[in-house]
Design a protein around this ligand. Structure first.
Ligand SMILES: *[C@@H]1O[C@H](CO)[C@@H](O)[C@H](O)[C@H]1NC(C)=O
Ligand SMILES: *[C@@H]1O[C@H](CO)[C@@H](O)[C@H](O)[C@H]1NC(C)=O
Ligand SMILES: [Zn+2]
Length: 416
């Protein structure tokens, strides 16, 4: 019964919402080869609404740009002016979205209703919150904590898994889906929550990991943006703040933290996808994560920010190419994590410090967790894929993505 009701809701949502129509939109791939070309792409990203799916990083490394049928000729001409060629990497973003909807509906129809939600599928904000509430009611390991409330009034909820809250055990802290369209990140966190809560007491490895540590997850750190990806625009990244003095909406909460705030790799233009906001912690999503991690100060063993896509494991710093003093230890931990992750299904990952391995990103979570909170093992993970599906990663990749990622964490945690 339950699954039919969900199916009806999904179909209604599909039929009634006035959604951005991505039919005919392409994702093009462009590789800057010179410093000038790289600078050009960076300036373009930070001064316009052009939607970069993969931000320009360094010379020789590709960036992905989503273009509408109307803007394609203009974008191609601008790139040609800069002597950059491009390839069409995804021919029709709308088609990917239709496939995603179909795949999700198929999974809903197959779901046997044995859990509050099918953890192998993507879910709305409300469904994930109902799942967490159900867990908190039925599983003695689980409590929830509200870290803050979004502009539109949604709770920013942390799920806490602990066999003894009074023991003040070391904490593994995760934030997921701070970028709204990166659906695989929230789905991976939900799957790991499910894995831990169902495995305790029967799986010896999980039992020992819960006996030793507290596990804390914010599965949807940007609830308004995430809800908007379901209702209106599947490829929305930022939160939904109405910016004073601009018609462009939203702040990139992952550029709203204080370390290197407003530095390079973030934009002062409210129309840009990397707009940093008016001040550090001006955004409710950022201040909620600040308060949640501060509540465990001194106990946080690892702090992980989940992103997609590009298959990378990244350490501080993001805001400067300088290396932290603990970098050798971070590198060792990342190497162990990535080796275990890749050995699961062969998914290749690169790793290293953020600013050198991908790009300078100022004001991000990971630098805050490291620099302000003293968490040495603070990482950003860019999950699957490497661009075939981009943000519309098919739901049949949720479980393999989550399994390989979880294997990476477990190996890392055992080694640190
Ligand atoms: C989206 O746009 C395409 C072509 O522009 C059109 O054929 C299609 O019906 C539109 N889809 C929706 C759901 O409006
Ligand atoms: C919006 O910006 C204007 C001009 O900078 C300022 O005077 C006004 O107080 C701002 N309003 C809000 C609500 O922040
Ligand atoms: Zn992201």
């Amino acid at each position: 019964m339950k699954n039919y009701i969900l199916l009806v809701f999904a179909l209604l949502a599909l039929a009634t919402a006035a959604k951005v129509n991505y039919t005919g939109h392409k994702v093009i791939r462009v590789t800057p080869e010179t410093k000038e070309q790289l600078e050009f792409l960076r300036d373009w990203e930070s001064s316009s609404e052009i939607d970069f799916w993969l931000l320009p990083s360094s010379a020789g490394r590709f960036a992905d740009i989503r273009v509408s049928p109307e803007t394609y000729a203009h974008v191609a001409a601008k790139l040609a002016d800069m002597k950059m060629s491009h390839t069409v990497h995804i021919a029709d973003v709308g088609e990917l979205e239709r496939q995603e909807q179909q795949n999700m509906a198929q999974r809903i129809a197959m779901f046997n209703g044995e859990k509050a939600i099918d953890v192998e599928n993507y879910h709305t904000y409300e469904e994930v919150m109902a799942y967490l509430a159900d867990l908190a009611n039925t599983n003695p390991l689980v409590t929830t904590k509200v870290g803050g409330t979004s502009e539109e009034g949604r709770d920013i909820v942390q799920a806490i898994i602990s066999s003894d809250l009074s023991a003040n055990k070391p904490v593994h802290f995760f934030d997921c889906n701070i970028h709204a369209r990166e659906w695989i990140t929230g789905a991976t966190c939900v799957w790991i929550i499910d894995q831990i809560t169902t495995g305790y007491g029967s799986d010896p490895e999980i039992t020992s990991l819960v006996d030793l540590y507290d596990w804390k997850f914010v599965p949807i750190a940007n609830p308004d943006g995430y809800a908007y990806t379901w209702s209106t625009d599947r490829n929305w990244r930022k939160n939904r703040l109405v910016n004073n003095g601009s018609t462009c909406v939203g702040v990139d909460a992952n550029r709203n933290f204080p370390i290197g705030f407003a530095g390079s790799g973030s934009s002062s233009d409210p129309c840009s996808g990397t707009y940093h906001g008016i001040a550090a912690f001006s955004e409710r999503e950022a201040s909620a994560l600040r308060d949640l991690i501060a509540a465990d100060r001194g106990r946080v063993k690892t702090a992980i920010s989940m992103h997609s896509y590009s298959q990378m494991f990244l350490s501080p710093y993001g805001y400067t190419t300088d290396l932290p003093v603990e970098y050798p230890e971070m590198f060792r931990a990342m190497e162990i994590a990535v080796t275990a992750l890749t050995s699961t299904y062969g998914t290749p990952y690169t790793y290293g410090n953020t600013a050198v391995t991908i790009y300078i990103a100022s004001g991000d979570t990971t630098d805050h967790y490291y620099e302000s909170e003293g968490v040495v093992h603070s990482y950003t993970i860019e999950l699957r894929d490497s661009g075939t599906y981009g943000f519309q990663l098919p739901p049949d990749q949720i479980v393999p993505t989550a399994i390989e990622t979880w294997n990476g964490f477990k190996a890392m945690i055992n080694a640190i």
